[in-house]
Design a protein around this ligand. Structure first.
Ligand SMILES: *Cc1c(COP(=O)(O)O)cnc(C)c1O
Length: 394
């Protein structure tokens, strides 16, 4: 049976977000009246190019970048692939990549496949993280070699919200003449970003993680950075990405970036306070629960909590009966019993990694919703533990 949006307590915003009503309003004319192709010679189509360039400006402004540095893509995954494959192609004599053990599959699986399926041409260093999910900068410096073509490190982790010092890492890479890419899909709109003041060469973002639609993304390419397109075709995006523009979604993404700049203070005060209340409430009322990830070096909206001796999937199913939406640490590998690669990299014990739940909030969450989850979850965990053979031994 269908679950209606107004019945849902949605705390899964790192998986995807609702399209903001203002974003939809901005998009509608481009789905109805203004359907022309921006590449057309006639004014009816050509004028849409101006709207696209306004969106480009709005996005550049949120990133502290130049409009000419913004390339539209179909998603965060395409942006990640484009950056990494471009760096390998523009550095044909280099065969080494540096990344982390906790990247999103969009970077992780590309790096894994480059190593396995390209005639062993490439080798990859995957930097470890400490128990709180933080990177060891000394290890990072030692990993860079004369053969390193690119460093790809996420700005914020999608499972734990842990932030990495990508600005400092980019500076270190630049000193060695190495390109630096950051998957900032979870960071954009949640923390301030001024790309002009950094040495970052490539940055990926995705519309549907900041209240724009699914199926639109951006790759920021620093001016002067050598670049080879991933998608070849027409002259769209000044030859940097072929394919007719996803006009309405691009307009929506521009509007979403303006909104994100306006709401960033709220994200870092009201949303952070809701997240903290939820987190502290759960940790203090539920025995054997623990926070995964650094307590402060973290996004304001994300709380990843392990409930020992219960299965994350079982918790989610019970939460689902109350229409509470969240994710478990093994959601990305659903179908397998493997806990998430992120929690494994942090060395979270097996009994805790299996019972991890990620709550990711947005500006649309309310204090009442947090209170409802705090009133509901302890009972769910107690019920599941009563059934658990592992819990009995405690
Ligand atoms: C969601 C996400 C992606 C993938 O973005 P898509 O637009 O869904 O392809 C990449 N990296 C991170 C960190 C993400 O959270």
């Amino acid at each position: 049976m269908a679950v209606l949006p107004e019945q849902v307590i949605y705390m899964d915003n790192n998986a995807t977000t609702r399209v903001a009503p203002e974003v939809l309003d901005a998009m509608m004319p481009y789905l109805t009246q203004f359907y022309g192709n921006p590449s057309s010679m006639h004014t009816f189509g050509g004028q849409i190019g101006q709207a696209i360039n306004q969106a480009r400006q709005e996005i550049a402004s949120l990133l502290g970048a130049e409009p000419s540095e913004i390339v539209f893509t179909s998603c965060g995954t395409e942006s990640d692939s484009t950056a990494i494959l471009s760096a390998l192609q523009t550095n044909p004599e280099k065969n080494h990549l540096v990344t982390t053990r906790v990247e999103h599959p969009a970077v992780k699986n590309l790096c894994d496949n480059l190593e396995s399926f390209t005639g062993r041409k490439y080798h990859v260093t995957r930097l470890p993280v400490a128990a709180d999910g933080v990177l060891d900068m000394q290890r990072f410096k030692e990993s860079l070699t004369d053969d390193t073509a690119i460093v790809s490190v996420m700005w914020a982790n999608n499972e734990t919200g842990v932030l990495f010092p990508v600005e400092e890492m980019a500076r270190i890479a630049k000193e060695r003449g190495i390109l630096f890419h950051t998957d900032a899909v979870q960071a954009v709109g949640k923390i301030p970003i001024r790309l002009k003041e950094t040495a970052i060469d490539f940055l990926s973002l995705s519309g549907h993680k900041l209240h724009a639609p699914k199926g639109v993304g951006v790759l920021y390419v620093r001016k002067g950075t050598p670049y080879i397109p991933f998608m070849n075709g027409g002259h769209q995006e000044h030859g940097r990405r072929g394919g007719t523009e996803n006009v309405a979604s691009i307009i929506g993404l521009g509007r979403a970036c303006v909104l994100a700049a306006e709401k960033m203070a709220e994200e870092n005060t009201r949303v952070r306070a809701l997240r903290d209340k939820l987190e502290q409430g759960l940790l203090s009322t539920i025995p054997k629960s623990l926070l995964n990830g650094h307590p402060s070096q973290r996004l304001p909206n994300t709380a990843n909590i392990s409930f020992e001796y219960v299965e994350g999937e079982a918790i989610l199913l019970h939460m689902n009966q109350y229409n509470i939406c969240a994710s478990s640490g093994s959601a990305c590998t659903s179908g397998s019993l493997e806990p998430s690669h992120v929690l494994r990299a942090m060395g979270v014990p097996f009994t805790a990694a299996h019972g991890s739940i990620r709550f990711s909030l947005s500006i649309y969450n309310t204090a009442q919703e947090v209170d409802f989850v705090l009133a509901t979850l302890p009972g769910i965990i107690a019920k599941l533990r009563a059934l658990s053979p592992f819990w009995e031994d405690q």
